[in-house]
Design a protein around this ligand. Structure first.
Ligand SMILES: Nc1nc2c(c(=O)[nH]1)N[C@H]1C(S)=C(S)[C@@H](COP(=O)(O)O)O[C@H]1N2
Ligand SMILES: [Mo]
Length: 224
């Protein structure tokens, strides 16, 4: 073995190899971080079995977003009389609702869970949404966006959830809030929401822009 290849070998064994393990260790640790207490997690609700959070799949265009609870703000603006900047504390202090709902991703997988959160209609009342508003756009920390019709949200009492199976949403599941878009495909269930805009025009979000149905009704066509 030449001096040069001995040197390279030593370099790999002593430095590059351990640092790869070290770096992957960090990444591994961050992705599997236990951010919720599994012993507090609900396993059934009104006789229905729930999918444990550890068995629920995640889907996100840019991976997990880590949002600081202390500096988080949810903006509500657009066709409203009074724009809002809600802190995490304000959000969890609204009267809450809890519901069993299934999330169905358009790719064919899904899971059953109970969700606890604030009904959007309460936030809309406070913001005094204009009578002319028809659509609601959700903007997220990862650049993702999607929209829903205002009537659908009001008629189905759609909530912004901050708890899943009775525990605070872990970062990978959308902390601080995930939209529980009952009856709509998973791509309407926006996570890490930072802003909500009221408008009088239809809006195409991240997946809708590439052809996924803007109606997104579960059981209906995936593409339009
Ligand atoms: N911000 C954000 N929200 C998102 C997504 C995303 O990429 N970014 N993916 C959507 C898709 S395609 C699905 S199926 C659901 C998955 O939700 P889950 O992670 O709670 O399983 O999140 C939706 N919400
Ligand atoms: Mo999805």
């Amino acid at each position: 073995m030449s001096q040069k290849s001995k040197f390279l070998g030593t370099l790999i064994v002593l430095f590059i190899f351990p640092s790869c393990i070290f770096l992957s260790g960090c990444i591994y640790e961050r992705d599997t971080q236990e951010t919720y207490n599994t012993s507090l997690e609900a396993t059934e609700y009104e006789g229905k079995q729930l999918t444990p959070i550890s068995e629920q799949r995640n889907n996100a265009i840019e991976g997990t977003q880590y949002i600081d609870q202390d500096t988080y703000e949810l903006q509500v603006y657009g066709m409203v009389n009074s724009s809002l900047d809600l802190s995490y504390e304000q959000l969890v202090n609204y009267p809450s609702t809890t519901r069993f709902t299934r999330l169905d991703c358009v790719e064919g997988w899904g899971f059953d869970a109970i969700w606890t959160g604030v009904p959007l209609s309460l936030i809309f009342e406070e913001a005094q949404v204009s009578d002319n508003a028809t659509n609601v756009i959700f903007y997220c920390a990862d650049g993702y966006s999607t929209s829903l019709e205002l009537d659908y949200i009001v008629e189905n009492d759609i909530m912004l959830a901050y708890k899943l199976n009775n525990v605070t949403l872990p970062p990978e599941r959308g902390f601080p809030v995930q939209l529980v878009a009952e009856g709509k495909y998973g791509y309407k269930w926006a996570k890490w929401i930072t802003a909500i805009e009221l408008t009088d025009e239809p809006y195409e979000g991240y997946w809708e822009r590439v052809g996924y149905s803007n109606n997104a009704e579960v059981g209906g066509p995936a593409f339009e």
